[in-house]
Structure formats: C-alpha cells, structure tokens
Ligand binder design. Structure first.
Ligand SMILES: [Fe+2]
Length: 331
C-alpha cells in the first residue's frame, strides 16, 4: 500500500471512530464502497417467493411471418448478418431484448440462394424449423438438412452457419441463452476466418439435428408425466448445451394438463396443432408456429383443441443443477 492509500485508509478509520449517529454511519459507508444491509431498498435482497420480472407472452406466427416478409423486402443480408426479429418481453426496458430471464428467442428467415456467414459464440443456440425445404445447416464442418419440423443445435463455441438450396423462403425460431451469458459475463464471439465454413462431411443423421420424422416417431411411444402436467414428452439430448432443457410434448385433441407452477422459465414453440394455454393471468389461443413465453412461478395450464406437438425450451436443468428448481400443482 502506497503512502496516499495509507493516508486514505487512516482517514476513513478515524472518520468511523468519530461517528455518533446511525444516519452518519449509513452515509459514511459509501466512502468505503459499502452499503448497509439493514436499510429498506426498492429491491430487497431476499423475498418470500419467486416473482418473475417478465410477463407471460404470446407471439402469433402469421403476424411474425408478415413481419419477416417485410424484413425480406426491406433488409438485405448486407445490412443484417441474420434477418431476424427478436422476441422482446415488454417488461424489458430500453433497447434490451430478453424473452425471459435466461432465454432469448427470435423469428428468422432466409431466401433461396442465400447463406449466412459462419460464426461462433459463447451462448448455446438452437433453431426450431417452421417452414423450410432444401435449407441446410453447417455445424463444426458437418452439413445437415434443416427442414420443416427439425430442431437444429448449435452449442456454444461450435462454428455454425446456414444456407438455402431450395426454392421457397424458409422460416424458423431461434432460441439462445444470451441473457444468462450477459448476466454471467463470459461472452465471446468470432466470425469464421473463411467467412463460410468449409463442409467437411454431409450427413442426414447427427446429434446436432432432431429430424421431424424421428421426433414424431419417438413421440408416439413417449410416456406422460405421472403428475399430468406435461402430457407425453420426449427429452431431446443436448449434452453440449447444459443451460438449456429441450423437450417436445404431444398433446392429443381434448387433452388438458393439470395446472402447475415451476421455477423454470419456459418458451414454447407450437410445431403442430392448436390449443389454449393460460400463463399467469393471460390466456392465449395458439396455433402452428406461435411462441409462448411462460415466466417462472406463473401458474400454467395447457389444453389442446387438436392433436398438437409443442416444443419447450427452458432453463429447467440449470435450475435443477443450482438446486433452485421447484414445481408444484396448483388449483
Ligand atoms: Fe449464431
């Protein structure tokens, strides 16, 4: 410690020794970059029960598709590396972007003949393909189809890009853990040095791709949870993406789930069918391609009015690993 710091510390000690009032202590704490733990705050340090700052949300695919089509007319890939629309929760102020506390979703589109330059980043990411024929994904040199109903993984720091050899515009939903990375701060990003990553091998089967036909076949034999909250459910393995839990639910026409609340934050993407969900105080009618955001500890109740397949991305296993996970049935 140099003489100046030594003198500063001695002055602070003397000032604290001379204090005679609680108010004086509370204001003097700032001189040593501290704050009293006992004062009332707008946001307290502890509270009795989870209350998400995010609100339940529903994005309608027909509306978002129209917005993407407008972006297609008005935004070239020279302006935007990825032509996407981020699903911003209205509780987020300013130019923030989170969909839920730990999750970020976006609708994205690509035209035939277009290709997105490869890059890699710390956040884990995936795509739920809504409409695509002839498009493809390249992940760490491996090229796979990326077509309607597929779920494509791009784990953190894996090189990834995509392109489209088909004839019709393609649409999908992106899901990432970006808000969590911002909170923890280990963000890194790199564009690929060759811009477009060379294809090392082309495959149709890959741990990076859950093809629609395989998902449907596996769902046919999937078991429902005994508590009756989720219906027959398929767990998608994504061991390189431990912050995200990926599931696909099969809800038969007329199925009604038992209401629950859980600490995990969940984003649902409707892959087929239609139905109705109540998230907190909001009831939404959903159909193909829609996105629903359910903040943690909101009461959730789902029902299907047609045979439906619904993808769910959440921070459940993160909540479990931290021992923060809770779930309970509610009335
Ligand atoms: Fe990316």
């Amino acid at each position: 410690m140099g003489p100046t710091a030594d003198a500063t510390r001695t002055a602070a000690i003397d000032a604290f020794k001379a204090l005679t009032s609680l108010e004086g202590l509370e204001s003097a704490a700032a001189t040593v970059d501290a704050t009293p733990g006992w004062i009332r705050r707008d946001t307290p340090i502890l509270w009795p029960e989870m209350h998400s700052a995010f609100v339940p949300m529903h994005w309608s695919y027909p509306a978002m598709k129209a917005a993407l089509d407008a972006a297609t007319r008005l935004v070239g890939l020279d302006l935007a590396e990825r032509r996407n629309l981020v699903l911003k929760n209205p509780s987020v102020k300013g130019d923030g972007f989170a969909t839920l506390s730990t999750l970020l979703c976006a609708y994205q589109t690509i035209l035939p003949g277009e290709a997105a330059r490869s890059h890699r980043h710390a956040p884990h990411a995936l795509r739920v393909i809504l409409e695509a024929k002839g498009s493809f994904s390249i992940v760490n040199g491996e090229k796979t189809p990326m077509e309607s109903g597929d779920i494509v993984l791009t784990p953190g720091w894996f090189w990834h890009g995509h392109g489209h050899d088909g004839t019709e515009q393609a649409y999908w939903v992106d899901g990432l853990d970006v808000p969590l990375v911002h909170l923890l701060e280990p963000m890194f990003f790199q564009p690929h040095p060759q811009e477009y990553e060379p294809v090392v091998r082309t495959v149709s089967k890959s741990p990076m791709r859950f093809a629609w036909a395989d998902t449907v076949a596996a769902l046919a034999g999937a078991a429902a949870d005994s508590a009756g909250h989720f219906g027959p459910t398929l767990d998608l393995a994504a061991p390189d993406m431990p912050t995200l839990t990926l599931k696909v639910h099969r809800w038969a026409r007329g199925w009604k789930g038992r209401p629950f609340r859980q600490t995990a934050n969940v984003v649902y993407v409707v892959m087929d069918g239609h139905g109705c969900s109540t998230i907190g105080d909001r009831t939404v009618e959903w159909g193909f391609g829609d996105v629903i955001a359910a903040p943690g500890w909101c009461r959730v109740e789902h029902q299907a009015s047609a045979d439906s397949v619904v993808f769910a991305m959440s921070d459940e296993q993160l909540m479990r690993w931290t021992k923060y996970y809770r779930i309970e049935a509610v009335a």
